[in-house]
Design a protein around this ligand. Sequence first.
Ligand code: NAI
Length: 377
Amino acid sequence: MPQRVNIGLIGTGYMGKAHAIAFKAAPTVFSLSATPVCDLLAEVTDELAERKARELGFNRSTGNWHTLVNDPRIDVVDICSPNYLHKEMALAAIAAGKHVYSEKPLALSAADAREMVVAAEHAGVKTLVGFNYIRNSATQLAREIVASGEIGELIHFRGRHNEDYLSDPTLPHGWRTKRMTAGAGALGDVGSHILNMAEYLTGQQISDVFGQLQTIIPERPLENGEGTGEVENDDHAQALLRFESGLIGNMETSRVASGRKMGLAYTLTGTKGAIVFDQERMSELQLYTQAGPQARRGFKTILMGPEHPDYVAFSPAAGHGLGYNDQKIIEVRDLIEGIVGNKALYPNFRDAWRTNALIEAIERSHAEGRWVHINEM
Ligand code: NAI
């Protein structure tokens, strides 16, 4: 009989549903060493938890997340709540000896993230953070191409993650626009993805940043309809990046970039070629190499197919395409194999702490008008 891994899911909004889909689908897509079981679900009330457990296919429900983290049958606590709850929930789960799968950004601050790293490493539990875009076939391929030296030595990284989900000024103040519940704004939300991606793709750590942040819509209607409130974090941000090897690059991120729906994109330039990618066309990778005569050189489009990382598990047919939720299914495969096979997981709490430190370094750089080294965080 295959081993079972009992999952306790906290939060059933956008991400909670995506995680539930992934847990259900992962054993169908991949041949797993153990089966994830959607066992217990926690929401803010008993009624909501019960309804969501029915909809998402969980065995049991509770209106109190403390009950979930202390349940002896739960192996993995999966945190899909707003950012400000990640730390408290993760520390409680770790204290109860559970493995923790958390959404990003890991915490509101680098200091909080650090505390979570220390607790998890001391307890010896496994951790994984939901920077799912690195699981896309095309992005896994980009990393392989860089690592193989096919485009020579990397000389530049350019990355952005721009969306327009808050470009409408009539959209209300929510947890994402408040410091106490979100931490940084676009920089922490979508910007965290491109910072993690920069380190994943290059295989190098960012050491120094020079940042700039802006809030474009300073006030938003309050959720209770009574007047407006001040937006407490950035709507967009950009930064110059310096990696430990001396490699240079830049990043930009926005939640008010009109027209950009899933604008995570990067260009990796090497001494012998380049890679260009845009998540709005997530099945395509553009590759330029210096092979062949000058008159025939140019970027070619590689359409993902069964020869590319993790694609064939979903489909034997080239060019049919993976989607956003498939990245989560791959992430869940890695989670289960990491736990059952006791393998290292990436990005774990320590890796995600780096991302929190980079976010804070960019904010400090903006405030003080100078380059900031990550070790200052
Ligand atoms: P959401 O607002 O749609 O859902 C949050 C859920 O948490 C709600 O169902 C809410 O009722 C529940 N919740 C709040 N307090 C709770 C409590 N005390 N106990 C139990 N449940 C509670 O938020 P969304 O968009 O799903 O974001 C959740 C997390 O996922 C955030 O950290 C966010 O940054 C991250 N995220 C990650 C994405 C990715 O691509 N990896 C995409 C979107 C969000």
